[in-house]
Design a binder for this molecule. Structure first.
Ligand code: PLP
Length: 217
């Protein structure tokens, strides 16, 4: 595996789904990966990366930005309101908007700074207690609330439960997005991105299949 294999598989999945080549944005999830592996993918020309922790991203991406132009960084993990300001400085997109307090903080920072990252609302499609995200039943109301705050919501994001067929969750996310007039769908990881593309994913988040297994040891 590696970047070019995954890019080929993305294009094949787009083709099979009758979608335009390049209509899926591939976010290379670099969390926990050794810097050499990230450098290799940067040298291969890739520029869209995902991190799940603000602190970790702050530790490595400012240096990479000095060496490489046009890096686009996506926050795909939970965001505490006290880190929102830092997230504004580091990230071009936030995929984990999931509660009114955070939405209000983001709205205030957008007012203050005159810019806002691209935003995705995380939906807890599996209704898992330990997982972040808005419950499906509360999604429409929360999306309306974000729109009322003038937040630039691009779409929705989900992380399906590990032990369930992801396609059901992708279909549910697509349905909630559609009825709310949202186009963006951030869904699909190393093990299921092709299915996600078949269900209309606009952003897939792929880590280990590009970089190799993560070593948390
Ligand atoms: C780590 C992570 C990924 C990537 O997972 P892989 O299985 O390595 O592709 C995708 N999305 C989120 C939210 C993650 O935290």
């Amino acid at each position: 595996m590696g970047l070019s294999d995954i890019t080929d598989r993305v294009h094949a999945a787009e083709d099979k789904a009758g979608r335009a080549k390049g209509s899926t944005r591939l976010i290379a999830v670099s969390k926990v990966q050794p810097l050499e592996r990230v450098t290799k993918v940067l040298d291969e020309g890739h520029r869209i990366f995902g991190e799940n922790r603000v602190q970790e991203a702050a530790g490595k991406w400012p240096d990479f930005r000095k060496q490489y132009d046009d890096i686009e960084l996506h926050l795909i993990g939970p965001l505490q309101t006290n880190k929102a300001r830092q997230a504004f400085e580091l990230f071009q997109a936030i995929h984990s908007v999931d509660r009114p307090k955070l939405a209000k903080t983001i709205a205030r920072l957008a007012q203050e700074t005159g810019h806002c990252p691209e935003l995705f609302i995380q939906i807890n499609t599996g209704e898992e207690e330990q997982k972040a995200g808005v419950m499906p039943a509360d999604a429409d109301a929360f999306i309306s609330q974000c729109k009322a705050l003038d937040l630039p919501i691009s779409g929705l994001m989900c992380i399906p439960p590990v032990d369930e067929a992801p396609s059901l969750h992708f279909a549910l996310l697509a349905k909630i997005a559609k009825r709310n007039g949202l186009d963006g769908l951030s869904m699909g990881m190393s093990s299921d991105f092709e299915e996600a593309i078949a269900h209309g994913a606009t952003h897939i988040r792929v880590g280990s299949a590009i970089f190799g297994e993560r070593d948390y040891g």
